[in-house]
Design a protein around this ligand. Structure first.
Ligand SMILES: NC(=O)c1ccc[n+]([C@@H]2O[C@H](COP(=O)([O-])OP(=O)(O)OC[C@H]3O[C@@H](n4cnc5c(N)ncnc54)[C@H](O)[C@@H]3O)[C@@H](O)[C@H]2O)c1
Length: 454
């Protein structure tokens, strides 16, 4: 696309971290702010804009979209898009941008914080001490160790929470309507299995017709054991009255609720005094309930990260992907070193005996953890001198480098005139492609199949 950024007019209707505005301005986009006009007033002028940046101020419905005749994108500085009529916007070819990558870490940490706080009565005990009470026995806590945690909805937020649980000796299960989303951190199971095994349930589903009022009496009673409930997803997915019934019967042992059925779509208000539903009053009076005002994703760090994700995604619409995001990096590490040997079997034995390296028929797989704590592997392998695997290189060794996205990397290398050797191949442990460096060294490029090999 041949774009003059000046021609792209962006209306910001909520304030965000200043970096968002600053970076869009640096690109050259025309930015305007209107944080106070009503929805109707904004509707009246929206035809003059190509992009809108919103947090949660109002709903973007059909009527709004119909008036936004020049809109090319709607960017929501947050995770969910339920305040936007996405289907209609897509019909009108409007790009939809959200930024779950920006607050998923915050949500994972807060869900864990709520759970540990509930298990150890921290908020209750703190309140008691402030009132001059030193009560130990009734504040005896529970341990997470040995429990089963069930995550419902295994997307950005669910995965982040599962990652945080890695240091605990817990079994983590996930249930999701999308197949094969489970990973090393959570085993995907049916809802029935999760309900049979879970001691803790954490909701991480979007608010949809299927998840609206999902956690009701029938859902709760389908659990075999009493359980703790954490909800950092959407308040309307839990029927508060039914939760209260379950808290009373001790089927639900405690609840950490960052979101409430009663909060407004803007997430900015709850309700005025004198208007407190009975079920909510029960939560307010319960010592095993922990409440927070929709702040799981609301950290100093996520404020910046959300803004950055939005900037990157808006730029990507007009100019293609940013070249050096983590995702786009060409090589992400050393995958292995392969070399020719007169007697590979003898050499493997020598390394085993004298260097204590646990070699097998393929050499040695060295396992390690990256800075995020994810498993990684580097392969060391001697090959027979007559191997054709290093061809056309005449060298005695071959490097293997890990890449994030093999197809992208090969495409870019091809455009840069680099010699590509043969056709890319897919195996059980990932995709492979081969290139030559200027000295004729053959480099194997490896896109590992899953996190375990990254
Ligand atoms: N409290 C906060 O501050 C905060 C911050 C960020 C996100 N959220 C909320 O967290 C939730 C999850 O966000 P996300 O970014 O992980 O979404 P996501 O789209 O990345 O993941 C949601 C997952 O839920 C699954 N799902 C959808 N319907 C389901 C159903 N009926 N049963 C089981 N699984 C179902 C989807 O297949 C998907 O894998 C959303 O409701 C979002 O609004 C809250």
């Amino acid at each position: 696309m041949d774009i003059n950024p000046k021609d792209i007019k962006i209306l910001h209707i909520d304030s965000n971290h200043p970096t968002l505005w600053k970076q869009l301005e640096e690109v050259g986009f025309t930015n305007e702010a209107d944080y106070t006009s009503t929805k109707e007033e904004i509707e009246a002028k929206i035809a003059g804009y190509n992009g809108i940046v919103i947090r949660s101020r109002f709903k973007i419905d059909k009527a709004f979209i119909d008036k936004a005749t020049n809109l090319q994108f709607i960017a929501r500085v947050g995770a969910g898009l339920e305040s936007i009529d996405c289907e209609y916007a897509e019909q009108k070819n409007i790009h939809l941008i959200a930024a779950p990558e920006g607050n998923r870490n915050a949500v994972g940490e807060q869900a864990l914080g709520m759970l540990l706080s509930l298990f150890n009565n921290l908020n209750k005990a703190d309140r008691e001490i402030r009132e001059g009470k030193w009560i130990r026995e009734s504040n005896r806590g529970y341990e997470l160790d040995g429990k089963t945690v069930g995550i419902i909805g295994y997307g950005n937020m669910g995965k982040s929470f599962a990652k945080k649980l890695r240091g605990f000796d817990v079994e983590v299960l996930c249930y999701d309507i999308t197949p094969t989303v489970g990973d090393n951190n959570a085993k995907q199971v049916s809802l029935e299995e999760l309900q049979r095994k879970a001691d803790v349930v954490s909701l991480h589903t979007p608010w949809t017709p299927e998840t609206d009022k999902m956690v009701n009496t029938a859902f709760i009673n389908a659990f075999t054991k009493p359980f703790w409930l954490i909800n950092t997803a959407r308040g309307k997915s839990v029927v508060t009255e039914d939760l209260v019934t379950a808290l009373k019967s001790k089927k639900v042992l405690g609840a950490g609720l960052d979101v409430l059925e009663y909060e407004k779509l803007s997430f900015e208000t709850l309700f005025t005094e004198n208007n407190i539903p009975e079920a909510f009053q029960y939560l307010l009076d319960s010592e095993n309930v922990l409440l927070s005002p929709h702040i799981a994703g609301w950290t100093f760090e996520s404020h910046v990260k959300l803004a950055q994700v939005i900037v990157d995604k808006i730029k990507a619409i007009y100019f293609g992907d940013a070249p050096d995001t983590e995702e786009e990096k060409r090589v992400t590490g050393i995958g292995g070193i392969f070399f020719k040997a007169e007697d590979p079997a003898g050499l493997r034995e020598w390394y085993k005996k004298h260097l204590g390296i646990n070699t097998d028929n393929y050499g040695w797989s060295f396992w390690w953890k990256d800075k995020n704590g994810d498993d990684g592997m580097t392969q060391w392998s001697p090959f027979a001198t007559d191997t054709d695997y290093f061809e056309p290189s005449q060298k005695q060794f071959m490097q293997n480098l890990r890449v994030h996205n093999l197809d992208n990397v090969l495409q870019k290398l091809k455009e840069e005139g680099i010699t590509i050797v043969g056709e890319p191949q897919a195996y059980d442990y990932g995709k492979f492609g081969w290139i030559l460096d200027p000295e004729g060294n053959k480099i194997e490029l490896w896109e590992p199949i899953d996190k375990a090999f990254i």
